[in-house]
Design a protein around this ligand. Structure first.
Ligand SMILES: C[S@@+](CC[C@H](N)C(=O)[O-])C[C@H]1O[C@@H](n2cnc3c(N)ncnc32)[C@H](O)[C@@H]1O
Length: 186
């Protein structure tokens, strides 16, 4: 990483991981690698919390030269995330959107496009996020979704929907909580 403040901040946030529902360290590292492997230019995160996963996306986007957008309706958590991003040197590299995820996704215009989407907000709404964001995905995009094993009952409609969709190839990885990764074939 080569960014001492970032490494220190990540370590601090790992202490309160359960309190802020952050992704596990292994999941964050994998997402960071995936963004670099796919050379993603436009990452959208649904569910910011205090910015732990966002810091790992921003670190990866430093290599690809891309931009990060993240959505959170809980304002005090969102402001902590913003503070963390800025403290680690990522000012000007992100859009932090405040509000309900479905409402914000529906407000995107035709030219708003993403090549990486990370779903990590209301588990029962995963399927809605997928349906709304699909028209905004570039060819060969990736959709990753956290907690697909730990919250299987709540997210099953999402998995049914994305497995049935011939535009995507999907696999579930045995990371803590279970992470699904879907690849848009064209
Ligand atoms: C699991 S946490 C996100 C953790 C974060 N991705 C990380 O790993 O650091 C989920 C967050 O989504 C937010 N959230 C839940 N439902 C939401 C909704 N409908 N719209 C916007 N944010 C929502 C919660 O307030 C919470 O902070």
């Amino acid at each position: 990483m080569g960014n001492a403040i970032l490494e220190e901040t990540l370590k601090e946030l790992e202490v309160t991981q359960k309190e802020f529902w952050n992704v596990a360290k292994e999941t964050g590292n994998f997402l960071n690698m995936l963004v670099k492997m796919n050379n993603s230019q436009s990452v959208l995160e649904i569910g910011t919390s205090n910015g732990y996963s966002g810091l790992l996306f921003l670190d990866a986007l430093k290599s690809t030269g891309g931009m990060f957008t993240t959505i959170e309706f809980h304002d005090s958590r969102r402001l902590v995330a913003v503070e963390n991003y800025n403290k680690c040197g990522f000012s000007g590299k992100y859009n932090s959107l405040k509000g309900d995820a479905c409402e914000i996704l529906k407000s995107f215009c035709e030219k708003d496009k993403f090549d990486f989407v990370f779903i990590d907000a209301n588990k029962r709404e995963y399927v809605e996020y997928f349906k709304i964001i699909k028209p905004h995905l570039l060819p060969h995009s990736i959709i990753a979704a956290d907690n697909v094993n730990s919250h299987r009952e709540k997210i099953q409609t999402f998995l049914d929907s994305i497995y049935a969709d011939k535009d995507f190839q999907t696999e579930i990885l045995d990371l803590p909580g279970g992470l699904s990764v879907s690849y848009k074939l064209s």
